[in-house]
Write a protein that binds this ligand. Sequence first.
Ligand SMILES: Nc1ncnc2c1ncn2[C@@H]1O[C@H](COP(=O)(O)OP(=O)(O)OP(=O)(O)O)[C@@H](O)[C@H]1O
Ligand SMILES: [Mg+2]
Length: 348
Amino acid sequence: MERTISTDDLSSHADSEHHGSAVRLENVTKRYGDDSLPAVDDVSLTIDPGELVILLGPSGSGKTTLLKMINRLYEPTSGQIWIDNTEVHDLKPPQLRRHIGYVIQQSGLFPHMRVADNIAVVPKLLGWDKKRIARRVDELLALVDLPPQTYRRRYPSQLSGGEQQRVGLARALAAEPTTMLMDEPFGALDAITRAHLQDELLRIHRQLEQTVLFVTHDIEEAVRLAQKIVVMRDGRVVQYDTPVRIVTQPANEFVAELVGADDVLRRMSLLPVDLAIEPLAHFAANGVPEISRDSYLRDALSQLVESGADHLVVVDNNDHPVGALSLESIQRAAAPPEHPATPAAVAD
Ligand SMILES: Nc1ncnc2c1ncn2[C@@H]1O[C@H](COP(=O)(O)OP(=O)(O)OP(=O)(O)O)[C@@H](O)[C@H]1O
Ligand SMILES: [Mg+2]
């Protein structure tokens, strides 16, 4: 973890192997005007290398401002931001672009440039040779599930919204950043395309293990993607915790309302079936409906109701049974929280 980004470091990553950076904010405040309220207010936050962290909060709570200070589109009014052991303030623009990828809602692609050239922007800036760039472009298009032959010569206007976001993602990944900043990247997409891209992001994150900070308004998206969630309100961090704890132990009424903690069905759609698993030994497994371990309690409830079975067998990704669910175990797991609870980790 003790790592300082140096210029040497820029060339030391092999194509196949790289890992995320630690991102640390110390008492970071941003005011846009002298007399205005801070958009980000004394935020201290540590994100571990390789973690996928979601910033969740209502409009105006400071999420975009926080992201843009990490890649220095904005400077903090006070406080410090570190990527590993380097203050971002000390990174020169090419190092910054190399180490921090950035994806936004409107993809930000250059309309007059072909897909391949869009993806090649940062590698060109870093002076890679043509062959290496061409190889990298094809590799990235394949990674985001766009066949290179079909897509490399198209212009952004010849792509669907979802395809544009995939290219935006490929572009941000081009120089193997150790940190990815994603500001509502899937916000403008329809639900199905969005779910696809969420799956892709999870797959790519598992493969590349960069540190990801991902902004969303959408609690379902947050729970689906996050290893940890930062809940923001009025520029401050109100809770920083795992998705399950955010839903089951909201730090205060604000978080409880944000996650709809009082609505049992909503809670069920946010809580993984893992929470309700019982040992298989209690049940007969033959002819019993199966449910994937990646599902949510609400899926399990629907399946119980539809099948009329009194329990379900939970299977892992290899179809191995790992336990069972019953109506009782689901009800127990989805019981409402006793909020406001004592949170495990509240910043400041
Ligand atoms: N360039 C700017 N100049 C002045 N004020 C700004 C600027 N950008 C943002 N703000 C203000 O800072 C606060 C935080 O804005 P920010 O864009 O960070 O919120 P957000 O959480 O990203 O909201 P949204 O979910 O709507 O994108 C808001 O009150 C906003 O009006
Ligand atoms: Mg924003």
